[in-house]
Design a protein around this ligand. Structure first.
Ligand SMILES: Nc1ncnc2c1ncn2[C@@H]1O[C@H](COP(=O)(O)OP(=O)(O)OP(=O)(O)O)[C@@H](O)[C@H]1O
Ligand code: SF4
Ligand SMILES: [Mg+2]
Length: 313
């Protein structure tokens, strides 16, 4: 059986410079895939390209199918209809998606107007119910408030309720808890986990602690490509790509990674559009040989000529 989301050779370029360079990914129905990697490796662009939300200057090519429907190259009008209904996205900063001058309840009701046939009063009532369902207390009063009157955590709860209002098959969350303090982060994560039991979740994060918490599978991105995918357990316990291993190295216990940013790895991610010969990770890799210098490793499995086999100490 085919997976819910299948991405093949997805590319995003700006004036011929490729920021996403042939991404291969799949997400199963109701499953959670965490996408990790350093800043600038193309995580957000990959997600935005799927929903037709990449910047206008971006040239997107390749294939991404959602339940068999091709998303890449679709007309804006068709993608707008698809967004919210079959796939929805939440961002790090909920203020970027909320209208600052419209009451919260009205904004949720507007989304319900698109996805349901409920009448006006019913929609407002349902909006309050949705707010309650994401753990917002005193929802009837809060529904009348403006976005700035809510805390960051409350706003992110509102965004989750809006994203799930159309019962999408796929929810994409791009660092949804990064801007929140640790306690609120844990609450919002628990909420996402609970509310996405039947919804596939593509979860973009820097935080290895969060990965263990939420994901079934992990995809590690480097320089615009997926360099390794596997179950959470395989990735955390026996990373095979030297980059994955480097990301995990400063995590003391692979079963219980510490929350926080990814550890820093010496050296830098190649710049977008930089000419890359051989393996993009080579300048930072302790295992490189002549082949790594001259020939790019194959993508699809572990994108490395010399994958690690030993269990890291
Ligand atoms: N509008 C744009 N024009 C030109 N280059 C862009 C544009 N948007 C993104 N890029 C480039 O694409 C690369 C990948 O960006 P992307 O936002 O996908 O990274 P990311 O993995 O999400 O990073 P972060 O973890 O910092 O969010 C970046 O290095 C950036 O320079
Ligand atoms: S292909 Fe070579 S340089 Fe690249 S990660 Fe593997 S060992 Fe390191
Ligand atoms: Mg990003």
């Amino acid at each position: 059986m085919t997976e819910l989301l299948e991405i093949h050779d997805l590319r995003v370029a700006f004036g011929g410079r490729e920021a996403v360079r042939g991404v291969e990914l799949t997400v199963g129905r109701g499953k959670t895939l965490a996408v990790v990697g350093e800043s600038g490796c193309g995580k957000s662009l990959t997600a935005l390209a799927l929903l037709g939300l990449a910047p206008p200057a971006a040239h997107v090519s390749g294939s991404a199918t959602l339940g068999g429907t091709e998303l890449i190259g679709r007309a804006d009008r068709e993608l707008r209809r698809l967004r919210g209904k079959r796939a929805a996205m939440i961002f790090q900063d909920p203020m970027s998606s909320l209208n600052p001058t419209t009451r919260i309840g009205t904004q949720i009701a507007e989304v319900l107007a698109i996805h349901t046939s409920l009448g006006r009063r019913e929609r407002l009532r349902r909006a309050v119910e949705l707010m309650e369902s994401v753990g917002i207390t005193d929802a009837a009063r809060r529904a009348k408030q403006m976005p700035h009157e809510l805390s960051g955590g409350m706003r992110q709860r509102v965004m989750i309720s809006i994203a799930l209002a159309g019962s999408p098959e796929l929810l994409i969350a791009d660092e949804p808890t990064t801007a929140l303090d640790v306690t609120v982060q844990a609450q919002v994560l628990a909420l996402l986990r609970e509310r996405t039991r039947d919804t596939a979740l593509l979860f973009i994060t820097h935080d290895m602690g969060v990965v263990a918490e939420i994901a079934d599978r992990v995809a590690v991105m480097y320089a615009g490509r997926v360099v390794e995918t596997g179950t959470v357990r395989a990735i955390l316990e026996t990373p095979r790509h030297p980059y994955t291993a480097a990301l995990l190295r400063s995590v003391p216990d692979p079963d219980r990674p510490v929350a926080g940013e990814l550890p820093t790895i010496p050296g830098q991610v190649p710049a977008v559009g930089a000419k890359i010969e051989g393996c993009p990770f080579r300048p930072r890799c302790g295992h490189a040989d002549d082949t790594c210098h001259t020939t790019p490793p194959l993508t699809g499995g572990v994108a490395c000529w010399h994958p690690r086999t030993e269990v890291p100490a």
